[in-house]
Write a protein that binds this ligand. Sequence first.
Ligand code: URA
Ligand code: SF4
Length: 202
Amino acid sequence: MASSDGKQALEQVDAEVRSCRLCPLWRSRTKAVPGEGAVDAEIMFVGEAPGGDEDRQGRPFVGAAGRVLAEQLKKIGIDRQRVFITNVVKCRPEGNRDPSPAEIEACRDHLLTQIAIINPRVICTLGRFAARTLIDNRISITREHGKPRRISGILYLPIYHPAAALHQARLIDSLESDFRQLRAVLDDAAGTAPAPQTAIDA
Ligand code: URA
Ligand code: SF4
């Protein structure tokens, strides 16, 4: 899709998300957080759900976890403006509880539409919920983090959630090695033809 059409299509998703009432999370949100970034991004990052800062600002990964993400991106020479960042659910679960299976299911089409529009080479899932939603609903991040998998022409890289490193200091080394793995995957993918536009298997 031409990038101006893509931009318009992403804006359409934004508008749908901001007025969405498909699950009960709309009742408690301050602002929905559709996600942001480049329509021609080669990499998408998919987190779990907005936290308090994100809910107030309507932007993804702008709080403490966002600072960890920014730091890791900087270390591997990736500009935040060049990627697309979003979450599995677009509205904040109260008190930052885990999103429920029903909420994830309700919000899934917003995410799949974003993926279809952007058609990235690499999707980096941050934490368990994104990996289970997009890669394999039984995946163990402890075992599988940093191991890329190709599904329908897109390379998926499951990694730890940046917030995990805030809660467990020992995970920072794993997170850093996951980001180095992302750098390696991108360097490998460079020069290969863009992935064909494909639907993600449900
Ligand atoms: N954690 C997430 O998973 N997503 C955000 O946008 C912020 C924190
Ligand atoms: Fe809609 Fe997703 Fe928000 Fe639920 S979390 S109201 S499905 S945008």
